[in-house]
Design a protein around this ligand. Structure first.
Ligand code: AMP
Length: 111
């Protein structure tokens, strides 16, 4: 855990947050400033700064992030209408919170 990391604090329940889903690897909660009708953050419990910092040992975490996104999309009923999955990487890539997280956005319908 990184002591000054807001997502570590959320993961460790030092900051209250309603988890949409959690398991031994990760937690899922709503983005505080949603950019879409559905905007979830899928966050590993382990503090990893960004995609750049992943190692081969983190492969099960990456896999779990993707399969949880699939599951959450299904549960939020946006799987068939469609959705986006996004990792922002470092400042130039739009990353603001330096604890790895996968954005799941959708819910606009098919238009
Ligand atoms: P990124 O720009 O990829 O680092 O995304 C960070 C996201 O975290 C942004 O979409 C923020 O709105 C969101 N965020 C920041 N603080 C919180 C919080 N306390 N609870 C939920 N979402 C947050």
């Amino acid at each position: 855990m990184a002591s000054d990391c807001i997502f570590c604090k959320i993961v460790n329940k030092e900051i209250p947050s309603a988890f949409v889903y959690e398991n031994e690897t990760l937690v899922v909660f709503k983005d505080i400033s949603p950019k879409a009708p559905v905007h979830l953050l899928i966050v590993p419990r382990k503090h990893i700064r960004s995609i750049n910092d992943l190692t081969a040992a983190d492969q099960p975490i990456v896999s779990e992030l993707i399969f949880t996104a699939q599951r959450m999309a299904r549960e939020m009923a946006i799987d068939t209408t469609g959705y986006n999955l996004l990792f922002n990487v470092e400042k130039g890539g739009g990353q603001e919170v330096f604890h790895l997280h996968l954005h799941l956005t959708g819910g606009y319908g098919t238009k």
